[in-house]
Design a protein around this ligand. Structure first.
Ligand code: TRP
Length: 332
C-alpha cells in the first residue's frame, strides 16, 4: 500500500523559535514517519506581502532549512524543497485561477483582516490577493492528502477543497481533496512577556540562540504578575515560566515548583535559574547539530537542490494530467 502524502509549507521569516518547536516541528517530525512528507519553504508567499523588501528572503530560507534539519526533519525521509524551485506551481496557480470566482478570494478572512490591520505594508497587489490560490496550487501539485495547519489556515484549506471540487467537476476527477490536520492541543507556547510567542512581539526564544541569550531572556521573564514579593503565594497556572517548564519536562520537576509557588516557599528567581539550566540542556543537542550544519558551506542549498529533484516526478505527473485535461498539452 502506498503511503498517503502530507504537505506543509512555511514562509521564510528567519530563525525559528521555541513556539515553532512545539507548534510545528515536533509534529512535522512525527508525520514524516507515517506519511510521504513534502515540506517546503514558501518563498513566493513571502513575496506576496514583502515585495517591497525582499533582501532577507534568501537568508531566511537558509536559516529555516538548517532549523528543520537540526530539529530532526530528515532530508532522507522528507522531501524538503523551495517553492520557487518548482516553477510549475505558478503554472498550476494560473490554471486554478480559471475555475476560481473572484468573490471566493475576496471573502477569505485572512485577506480582509490583513488588508485592514497591516498598514506598514502595501497589500493592494494582485500577488497578495492570489495568496490562497497559490497555496491551493502548492497542495495540489503533489496531490497532497493531508495538510497539518494551525486554525488560522483552515479557511485556506477549505478554499482549496472548493477549488479542487470545481476543477474536478469541469475537467474530470484529477485532484484529491486535501484533509486538514490540526496540531495537537497544548501547543501554545508563551513568550517571555506571557503573550503567545511570536517574533513580531519581540518575546521569542530562538532555538539557535546562545545559552547566554536564553539565560538573559528567561531571567527577564514575566511570572504571575500578582506575586509581588517572594512571601506572596503565586499562581503557577498563569505563569509563563511554568508553562514552558512543563513543555520541556516530564512533569515530576514542575509538580514541585507548582507546590512551592502556591505556598510561597520558593521564589521566581530560583525557578528562573532552574529553567535556564533545563531549557539550555533541552536544546543542547539541537544547537550542536545546528552549528555543525551551519558550518558546512552550502549545506542548506544542497538539501533544497536534492528536494527539488525529488519532488520533480510527482510534479511532472500531475502537470501532465492537468495540461491534458485542459487541452493545453502538445497532443491530446
Ligand atoms: N499560508 C501558510 C502560512 O502562512 C504557508 C503555506 C503556503 C502553506 N502554502 C502552503 C501551508 C500549503 C500549508 C500548505 O503559514
Amino acid at each position: 500500500m502506498t503511503k498517503k502524502r502530507v504537505l506543509t509549507g512555511y514562509r521564510p521569516t528567519g530563525r525559528l523559535t521555541l513556539g515553532h518547536w512545539f507548534g510545528n516541528l515536533m509534529n512535522m517530525r512525527e508525520l514524516q514517519e507515517q506519511f510521504e512528507a513534502y515540506y517546503f519553504v514558501a518563498d513566493w508567499h513571502a513575496l506576496t506581502s514583502d515585495w517591497q523588501d525582499t533582501h532577507a528572503i534568501r537568508q531566511y530560507t537558509e536559516e529555516m532549512v538548517l532549523d528543520w534539519v537540526a530539529a530532526g526533519i530528515d532530508p532522507a525521509k522528507s522531501t524538503i524543497y523551495r517553492q520557487s524551485d518548482v516553477p510549475e506551481v505558478a503554472e498550476l496557480t494560473m490554471y486554478l485561477s480559471m475555475v476560481t470566482p473572484m468573490p471566493w478570494l475576496e471573502r477569505v478572512p485572512s485577506y480582509k483582516e490583513q488588508r485592514e490591520q497591516i498598514s506598514e505594508k502595501d497589500l493592494g497587489n494582485v500577488g497578495f490577493f492570489l495568496y490562497p490560490l497559490l497555496q491551493a496550487a502548492d497542495i495540489t501539485i503533489v496531490r497532497g492528502d493531508v495538510v497539518p495547519v494551525g486554525e488560522d489556515q483552515l479557511p485556506h484549506l477549505e478554499l482549496t477543497r472548493e477549488i479542487v471540487r470545481r476543477f474536478n467537476n469541469q475537467y474530470g476527477e484529477l485532484l484529491p481533496e486535501p484533509a486538514s490536520l490540526i496540531a495537537r492541543e497544548g501547543a501554545r507556547v508563551p513568550g517571555t512577556d506571557g503573550r503567545k510567542m511570536s517574533k513580531s512581539y519581540g518575546n521569542a526564544i530562538y532555538l539557535s540562540e546562545s545559552e547566554d541569550e536564553t539565560a538573559a531572556k528567561v531571567m527577564g521573564m514575566v511570572t504571575d504578575p500578582a506575586r509581588k514579593l517572594k512571601t506572596d503565594p503565586g499562581n503557577p497556572d498563569i505563569c509563563p515560566l511554568q508553562q514552558i517548564h512543563k513543555l520541556i519536562g516530564d512533569g515530576s520537576e514542575t509538580a514541585e515548583w507548582d507546590r512551592c509557588c502556591r505556598v510561597a516557599e520558593c521564589g521566581c528567581v530560583a525557578h528562573k535559574r532552574k529553567l535556564v539550566e533545563d531549557l539550555n540542556a533541552y536544546l543542547r543537542d539541537f544547537r550542536a547539530r545546528r552549528a555543525e550544519l551551519a558550518g558546512e558551506p552550502g549545506y542548506a542549498w544542497e538539501v533544497l537542490a536534492d528536494g527539488a529533484a525529488k519532488v520533480r516526478p510527482a510534479v511532472e505527473e500531475l502537470m501532465a494530467d492537468v495540461r491534458r485535461a485542459m487541452h493545453v498539452d502538445a497532443e491530446g
